[in-house]
Write a new protein. Sequence first.
Length: 82
Amino acid sequence: MPRPTAVRLAYGSATVVCSTVVLLLLFPAAEGAWTALVGTVALLLGAGVALGAPARARGRGRGAGAAPTPAAAPDRQPSLRR
């Protein structure tokens, strides 16, 4: 399993904060057990987002229409051979 990147950690953290605020606004916590449940749900959502966010593929070529790499570009210099 690859290590999460900084972007994945940021998405997960933002999900935890936002989902906690939304859950507490929707269901005001009156007891400690309810608050613990809201926190647990928010952490599970954040972990799911952090681990499930699509990672950028490494080692794959560029998409269509991208500029060719120098190795793939044709040689445009005139030949010095006769």
